[in-house]
Ligand binder design. Structure first.
Ligand code: AN7
Length: 356
């Protein structure tokens, strides 16, 4: 076989997470799988971060998913099951990425998608996605926590299927991220850094690592290192935060649905749930772009901001999950740099401007 042919087959064969990990997922064989061929995302070696931390640091880049975040892994399973059970409409509360994923997968399945988002606190790219995929977008005069309360009530009417991570199929799909990390490395890392908002993803990764351990796919599990934004750190503080606030709007959550799951992951793995300031988040965000050429959204950078202030054992293997793409939130990017003004369209003006 020629190399070109190998490359073509590798490219065409990735089937999405349900087919790739069917054995570990509760999807019946007869269900029609609703997929955009999510997952199979790159695990990048991060040379400069590795040097800085004197460890092997890898980045799981979830921005490479079809809608640009890790939410696609859970949504393929949740929407497949909703469709299979005869649902006509799905609903979610969202800080943005869940709404984008729900809208996209519902469109593929031919279901109606309704999304509740906090007015004024959702990144521009995510709002654009939910709208263009055709969701019914409701911006509420309240935060994510309030939106989720209303969604729970909507779910109880039985008229719509909730596709937030309180839907267990979401966690099932998201645990495939852990499978991919182990499949790529050939073993489990010693530390797994991850941002924490509603706490579904840390719960899902911990479940995934443990299922792979039980199946002898790895011989250890990592310490789970979850990080909240300091202005939205209910788990760290041990109490609900009524008015959460952070530049990382994706994790602007004051009463996480999977609070217990996050605590269990941290304590069972001898890891931690910590907090990082907005300043630390933005420093990590810019560092990742400049030093590792990875543009993630601010919430994702919380994982790396956490790594920056944690001592890890020399030569250990560390994974940071960068949960969403930087293009989701262009507004934050351009507040971090001075946007240049226009110069005269002459060779002279331009050479002067760039200093060559
Ligand atoms: C980029 O989209 O909750 O701790 O409604 O978009 O599992 O909530 C997003 C969460 C991290 C936190 N990084 O994950 C939503 C939503 C990004 C995110 C998180 C989110 P969880």
């Amino acid at each position: 076989m020629t190399t070109t042919e190998d490359a073509r087959i590798a490219m065409l064969n990735w089937p999405g997470v349900v087919e790739a990990y069917r054995k570990y997922l509760p999807v019946p064989a007869e269900a029609e799988v609703v997929t955009l061929r999510e997952g199979g995302t790159p695990l990048y070696f991060a040379p400069r971060l590795s040097k800085l931390k004197e460890a092997d640091v890898y980045i799981k880049f979830e921005g490479a998913n079809p809608t640009g975040s890790f939410k696609d892994r859970g949504m393929t399973v949740a929407i497949t099951m909703a469709k299979h059970s005869g649902a006509k409409a799905v609903v979610c509360a969202s800080t943005g990425n869940t709404s984008a994923a729900s809208a996209a997968y519902a469109a593929r399945a031919g279901l109606r998608s309704i999304v509740l988002i906090p007015s004024g606190y959702i990144a521009l790219g995510k709002l654009a996605q939910a709208l263009i995929y055709g969701a019914k977008v409701v911006q509420i005069k309240g935060n994510f926590d309030r939106a989720l309360e209303i969604v729970r009530e909507l779910g109880e009417t039985g008229l719509v299927t909730v596709v937030n991570s309180i839907n267990p199929y979401r966690i099932e799909g998201q645990k495939t991220g852990a499978f991919e990390v182990v499949d790529a490395l050939g073993f489990a890392p010693s530390h797994h850094f991850i941002p924490v908002g509603n706490a579904g993803n840390i719960t899902a990764y911990w479940k995934g690592y443990n299922e792979y351990l039980s199946d002898n796919k790895c011989s250890s599990v990592p310490k789970m290192m979850g990080f909240q934004a300091e202005g939205a750190a209910p788990i760290v503080k041990g109490e609900i935060v009524r008015f959460p606030d952070t530049v990382a709007t994706a994790i602007r959550v004051g009463n996480p649905a999977s609070w217990k799951g996050a605590l269990a992951a941290a304590s069972e793995s001898e890891g931690t749930i910590g907090a990082v300031t907005d300043k630390e988040i933005l420093a990590a965000y810019t560092y990742l772009a400049r030093e590792e050429s990875i543009f993630c959204e601010p919430a994702s950078a919380a994982a790396v901001a956490g790594l920056m202030k944690t001592t890890v054992p020399r030569r250990s293997t560390v994974v940071c999950v960068l949960t969403g793409h930087g293009l989701k939130d262009p507004d934050t990017a351009i507040t971090q740099i001075e946007v240049p003004g226009a110069v005269e369209a002459t060779l002279e003006a331009i050479t002067k401007e760039v200093g060559i």
